[in-house]
Design a protein around this ligand. Sequence first.
Ligand SMILES: [Zn+2]
Length: 295
Amino acid sequence: MSKKYTKEKRLQILENSTVNNLLYTDTHFHYSSMIQISKKNIEEQTSEEWLEKKSIENLLNSCNFQGMDIGTNCDDLELRYRALEKYTNIHLSAGIGPWATDREESIQEQNTILRNNINKYPVSAIGEIGLDNYWHYGTVKLQEELFNTQLDLAEELDLPIIIHSRDADSQMIDILKNREIKKGGIFHCFSSNIELAKVALEKGLLISFAGTITYNKNQELRDTLAIVPLNRLLLETDSPYLPPEPYRGKHNSPSLIPLVYLKASEINKCSIELISKAVSMNFLNLLGNPKRLEK
Ligand SMILES: [Zn+2]
């Protein structure tokens, strides 16, 4: 029987999360989007008492937290690098997601801008990149072309990838099956079917689950998490999006990551300690230390 936690128990785990010596790894969040919503707003909207006490900066600095801030467009790296450079436990990725097919610049122009930025500010991974048929950005063909240029770039730079895939299961399977992914990577905020999970595992990717595993209706997703071996599992918040229960409808923050760990431990019928060890080890094995400019 898996343990079911009451709301009180969940909040207690959150309160204790900074003192119980666990290392929490949030493999995917968007710091600049969190800041755009404004720090104050985030703290108000996720306003349990303990959250108000703790600023995002404190969390990023804390020795029991590590994670990765994720790029979404060709020109977002410089600002993110400047904002996060001082946090040596935070990785940065950069990449061009499917939404950029709606931009005015051509794919080639965007890719050149991205390359120039990566030359100036080193990153640990290329992403998030992928396909999104839910929002119908650009065209299917353009999205595939962009995704392939990003896969080529990752291969050339010898970096792992971070995949975003929404309502594109069979298309994603076709592309992944036909490519070698040398440096591995992360399938982020997994929301696809079990078949795609198996292909991702065959390709050597890690699979990252977000707060959506706490949503009542997502039993299939929990069943998928259960088949992912612990040495291939990652967890994330995707902040400021997709907050875990009981914070749905509010803005998400990496400080809610313990709730995702709690649910993953319920699903796997194991301790949070074991999940914490597995996720942090998988994360470090894939990315090593954050890459910073030599000074
Ligand atoms: Zn994201």
